[in-house]
Design a protein around this ligand. Structure first.
Ligand code: ATP
Length: 364
């Protein structure tokens, strides 16, 4: 187990800055996600932690030791790129024990460790089978076994479930998470899939263009996005961001849309210029008493819920409602928002305006 501290980590490839100046701490035993769109710098960050890429500047501390300029072999880290990467000519047992045998570990100890790992992963019965005929799930368990057997300080995983179809991916994600809960090893996991990050992570770093946009627990990031990028990237459908012009002094606890006033969390700083009111689709409700109205333009049935698209005076928005609610395209509905989960953004800077929180914390 290990704590990983990243301080002002930067990586340049020639003139191109892949990672600007990242700072975050991965707690001992934490399942930590690096999340962002393709090209945002998450793999480069992970490769620097692994020692496969040297930082241009900044520090990487693993359990207090500065390892930034040390080779991968001196970091006691297991890197899982792609769980299907097995040695095809070896059976399951030989695949798993390979890293120990190549270290010259005594045979008795190797056998004990492999048996222990097979038990943890529930693959005792297939230890002597060739890897060629295994199912995708078993192949992944074997590849994980090969990483676990070394008993490394931490695991680094780069989109390990990326090649799987959606249903199996979800299953393996929860299996990986429960494996983590049993082993408690510090894990840093790269994904571009916000659902996977929310499902598995204790905490998430959201990256964009080499910059950390936000860093926090899944619900914190979901409820209080620090930037418009996070508001849009996290959530499906993403957060609605309605145009809002005007000046809101510090302490403002209401905004006006059309003829209707809406309560918001009191602002802890002033907001002026081009603003946006951010509200998640499930925090939009229909209220006959509201003077603020939208017209239904589309209805998407999703089984237990339906996504209703509306034209409002401040832009297109979506509302998530239970499927039972009768509603038709073309209908005009009064709109209300769950005030404690509304965020005001500055469109020019793309950041959230600071506001009070029911449970404390920092917003933007
Ligand atoms: P993806 O999921 O697509 O891999 P990512 O967020 O992991 O995305 P990185 O692989 O970290 O992104 O790449 C960040 C940026 O750095 C990209 O624009 C990529 O083209 C660039 N990059 C990565 N490695 C190199 C390299 N060796 N030389 C030059 N540019 C690189």
């Amino acid at each position: 187990m290990a704590e990983i501290i990243i301080r002002n980590l930067r990586k340049e490839f020639g003139d191109f800055v892949a990672v600007e100046s990242s700072s975050f701490t991965v707690g001992d035993g934490e399942f930590f996600m690096l999340l962002g769109p393709s090209g945002c710098g998450k793999t480069t960050t992970l490769r620097m932690i692994a020692g496969l890429e040297l930082p241009t500047s900044g520090e990487i501390l693993i359990d207090g030791d500065e390892v930034g300029q040390r080779p991968a072999s001196q970091r006691d880290i297991a890197f899982v790129f792609q769980m299907f990467a097995l040695y095809p000519h070896m059976n399951v047992r030989k695949n798993i024990r390979y890293p120990l045998v190549s270290q010259g570990m005594p045979a008795d100890e190797v056998r004990t460790r492999v048996d222990e790992v097979a038990r943890i992963l529930g693959i005792e019965a297939i230890l002597d089978r060739p890897v060629g005929g295994l199912s995708g799930g078993d192949r992944q368990r074997v590849a994980l076994g090969r990483a676990i057997v070394r008993n490394p300080k931490c695991f680094l995983m780069d989109e390990p479930l990326g090649a799987l179809d959606a249903e199996f991916r979800e299953h393996m994600a929860s299996e990986l998470r429960s494996l983590h809960d049993r082993m408690g090893a510090t894990t840093v996991y790269v994904t571009h899939d916000q659902r996977e990050a929310m499902q598995m992570g204790d905490r998430i770093v959201v990256m964009n263009h080499g910059i950390i946009e936000q860093f926090g627990a899944p619900q914190e990031i979901y409820d209080y996005p620090a930037t418009l990028f996070v508001a849009d990237f996290i959530g499906s459908p993403p957060m609605n961001t309605l145009d809002l012009d005007g000046t809101l002094p510090t302490g403002s606890a209401h905004v006006t849309l059309g003829d209707q006033s809406f309560a918001i969390r009191p602002l802890t700083e002033p907001a002026t210029g081009a603003l946006a009111l951010g509200v998640r689709p499930e925090h939009v409700s229909f209220d006959d008493q509201s003077a603020y109205r939208g017209t239904v333009t589309a209805i998407e049935y999703l089984g237990t819920t339906q996504i209703i698209t509306l034209d409002s005076p401040n832009g297109t928005m979506k509302a998530r409602q239970p499927s039972g609610i009768p509603i038709r395209e073309g209908e005009s509905v009064g709109l209300a928002f769950r005030s404690e989960l509304v965020t005001i953004f500055d469109r020019d800077t793309g950041t959230a305006i600071g506001s009070e929180r029911p449970a404390g914390g920092d917003n933007g």
